[in-house]
Ligand binder design. Structure first.
Ligand code: SF4
Ligand code: FE
Length: 482
């Protein structure tokens, strides 16, 4: 692996010449921008082999393409064990960072396309699978971060991609030549886009024949001409610019989303993995969504672990730990969190081999997993706020704590348990503030709701896959109804 540690990762990203806008200004080197650094730190952890005893076994895998040791984030799952280890890796990194570490979208993208390109080639005599395998081998060797870009901006939700007033509401092919294709459109809320070396574009809905120009998948370096990044805002994100890390709550790590515009971008043939095969476009959506819905049963659980730790710590600092209702609430948080984990493990354990030879998760269970993720983190956050108390949104700033004229008052009047420094109590409360109403909530709450598809998308899949008629037959058989 060419990039073998967090430092090399940061350096490699700094070399890219990209067009990036942050708070209205074009930024030369986003990797050094305070608005970006915490999210860069989070993704850099995916390059850190760490000191957890289980880390090495789950962060790395053996490539089925080259036989070499690679990052699991670039791996094509070869077994149920691989699927389970993916979830374990995500829980581990959620625990380390308490945020979204952004790298799973690319992993889920290459895994979804792996089986779909194989099936597409069988059906249409295309050459996408071999191209994709070459691309994946290169990603593995270089150890790159790939932004798996699916969500289009979508325009008027009541209209199909081909019926929009503005034809660019879904990424589409605007020109073709012997050398490649030219694409136009934009992908919304792209996780880790500014921290990625590559962008892997996939269609966002199943396309129809008349929409075949929208059935497009390709990969490009993120500094390709015509690609523009506009960083998305998060609640209280400019605290990163205030030189007061305490007020950031999670001073080291954060998530990141951006709007990525493709302004007539040329893609050479060797990086095109679908160009018009509308009848397989829906398969990519379904499989990517299933993999990413599995992912949330790992990453959000890791974050939940940190929040449960924060609940216990703040109750100790405030003298409420011995109250039975506090302990009950923490048990409830654990129950919810481990239920999510169970779903992540279940859809992995029930995974199956595809015709291409890789393994995919059980789609019904992955959708159940994600539908629970749209609810349980909100309840965990509610319980955490309940335990923490209202001070989490009324605390003075770090600058007040540093002002000698008032510092002693803060130390004296915001003290909880006698032998715990007031600053420790404030640190934990600022963290809880960040995670439940600040920028940490973007990843833990809103992303849990809408990331990998909104709840309704999971309900549709669950109703499609539940085999309701078979269940009716079960009851009829028991009751002898013909
Ligand atoms: Fe990975 Fe979770 Fe972030 Fe998705 S939300 S990229 S699964 S950490
Ligand atoms: Fe996500």
């Amino acid at each position: 692996m060419k990039i073998s540690n967090p430092t090399e990762y940061r350096e490699s990203l700094g070399k890219l010449k990209r067009r990036i806008y942050i708070l209205g200004e074009q930024v030369e080197n986003a990797t050094a921008h305070p608005m970006v650094i915490p999210s860069l730190n989070a993704i850099a952890e995916t390059y850190n082999s760490g000191d957890e005893p289980e880390a090495f076994d789950i962060l790395f895998a053996d490539s089925h393409l080259t036989g070499k040791r690679i990052s699991r984030f670039t791996h094509i799952h070869q077994s149920v064990d691989d699927l389970v280890k993916k979830v374990l890796m995500q829980r581990l990194l959620g625990r380390r960072t308490s945020t979204c570490f952004q790298r799973c979208v690319g992993m889920d993208g290459i895994n979804a396309l792996y089986s779909v390109t194989y099936e597409c080639d069988q059906k249409h005599k295309t050459e996408y699978h071999k191209r994709l395998k070459d691309y994946i081998a290169w990603i593995q060797e270089e150890n790159l971060v790939v932004d798996g870009a699916m969500t289009d901006v979508k325009g008027d939700r009541s209209l199909r991609p081909g019926d929009q007033q503005d034809p660019d509401m879904f990424v589409h092919i605007v020109d073709r030549s012997d050398e490649g294709i030219v694409v136009r459109g934009a992908k919304a809320h792209q996780t880790g886009a500014l921290n990625s070396h590559e962008i892997l574009v996939m269609p966002t809905v199943a396309m129809r024949e008349e929409e075949s120009d929208y059935a497009v998948s390709f990969a490009i370096p993120s500094d390709t001409k015509g690609v523009i990044f506009i960083l998305g805002r998060q609640p209280s994100d400019t605290r990163r610019l205030e030189d007061s890390p305490l007020d950031m709550g999670n001073p080291l790590y954060s998530s990141q989303e951006a709007l990525v515009v493709f302004d007539d971008v040329f893609v050479p043939n060797e990086r095109v993995f679908m160009a018009g095969e509308f009848d397989v476009s829906g398969l990519v959506v379904e499989r990517f969504a299933a993999f990413h819905r599995q992912s949330y049963g790992g990453c959000k659980v890791g974050v939940g672990d940190v929040l449960i730790g924060a609940a216990k710590l703040i109750s100790e600092y405030q003298g409420t730990w011995k109250a039975s209702h506090i302990r009950e609430k923490i048990v409830e948080m654990i129950h919810l969190n481990e239920t999510l984990f169970s779903c992540g493990i279940a859809c992995s354990s029930m995974g199956k081999k595809t015709p291409a030879g890789n393994y995919e998760v059980d789609t019904l269970l992955a959708n159940v997993c994600k539908l629970n993720v749209t609810r349980f983190p909100f309840e965990i956050a509610r319980l955490l706020q309940d335990i923490a108390g209202g001070l989490l949104v009324t605390m003075p700033s770090e600058k007040d704590i540093r002002n000698p004229e008032i510092a002693d008052y803060i130390e004296k009047y915001l003290k909880g348990v006698g032998d715990v420094p007031t600053l420790n109590r404030i640190k934990v409360l600022k963290f809880i503030e960040n995670m439940t109403v600040g920028c940490g909530a973007a990843a833990y709450l809103t992303e849990s709701m809408h990331g990998a598809g909104s709840p309704q998308a999971q309900r549709i899949m669950i109703s499609r896959l539940a085999e309701l008629d078979k269940k009716v037959e079960l009851v009829k058989k028991i009751l002898d109804i013909t």
